[in-house]
Design a binder for this molecule. Structure first.
Ligand SMILES: O=C(CO)[C@@H](O)[C@H](O)[C@H](O)[C@H](O)COP(=O)(O)O
Ligand SMILES: [Zn+2]
Length: 197
């Protein structure tokens, strides 16, 4: 096995997916930045959820809003719904794993808040349940998906934003999700601080 060749293929594949994604995702990403900035300026908050690598992404994004990204600015309101093991285990134990995020959205979500829903397949039942409750709570949804968007692509409502990575491989989709999240952080900071370039 030629490891250098395998590594080269991974890099080339990742670069190609990112180039494809730029064309398809730039406009909806700009829309998501506007929705999230308006939410935060209106004293709303962003709730973020996902499973596995996407749970890590939800936490990564929430930390960059709560603490900082690249510019100095006041802390911003974001909560990852993936971190409280007492909440997660009790909901999964007493009810169903499909409700681990939706119960938190029901408790914390307010009209005008945004749900950041992350699923590479677009088919995770707990992320779908969170979207359903977000709609009931009059929240807008920004969904990060891949593989054609799955069931989440069909579940989204008017006013929601779908950021779908044009790839089928979970790792590649996750790599673009992280780039997309950094674009959101950068765009929110620039919008809030009035940075032109
Ligand atoms: O990171 C990986 C695989 O690359 C996994 O942990 C992956 O995130 C998990 O299988 C998730 O449960 C997949 O869920 P989803 O992205 O399809 O909603
Ligand atoms: Zn980061």
């Amino acid at each position: 096995m030629d490891l250098i060749q395998r590594i080269s293929r991974q890099f080339e594949d990742s670069i190609r997916v990112k180039q494809d994604a730029l064309e398809l995702m730039a406009a909806p990403l700009a829309g998501a930045i506007e929705v999230m900035t308006a939410c935060l300026l209106g004293n709303g908050k962003i709730l973020a959820c996902g499973n596995g690598g996407s749970a890590a992404d939800a936490q990564h994004f929430a930390a960059e809003l709560l603490n900082r990204f690249e510019m100095e600015r006041p802390p911003l309101a974001a909560i990852a719904l993936t971190t409280d093991t007492s909440t997660l285990t009790s909901i999964a134990n007493d009810y169903d794993f499909a409700q681990v995020f939706s119960k938190q959205v029901a408790a914390l979500g307010q009209p005008g808040d945004v749900l950041l829903a992350i699923s590479t397949s677009g088919n995770s039942p707990n992320v779908m349940a969170a979207i359903e409750v977000a709609h009931e709570r009059e929240m807008r949804v920004v969904a990060l998906t891949g593989k054609g968007g799955g069931k989440i692509g069909e579940q989204l409502a008017d006013g929601d934003i779908h950021l779908c990575v044009p790839a089928d491989r979970t790792a590649r989709i996750q790599e673009v999700h992280l780039l997309a999240l950094h674009c959101l952080c950068d765009g929110i900071d620039c919008s809030l601080l009035g940075v032109e370039e």
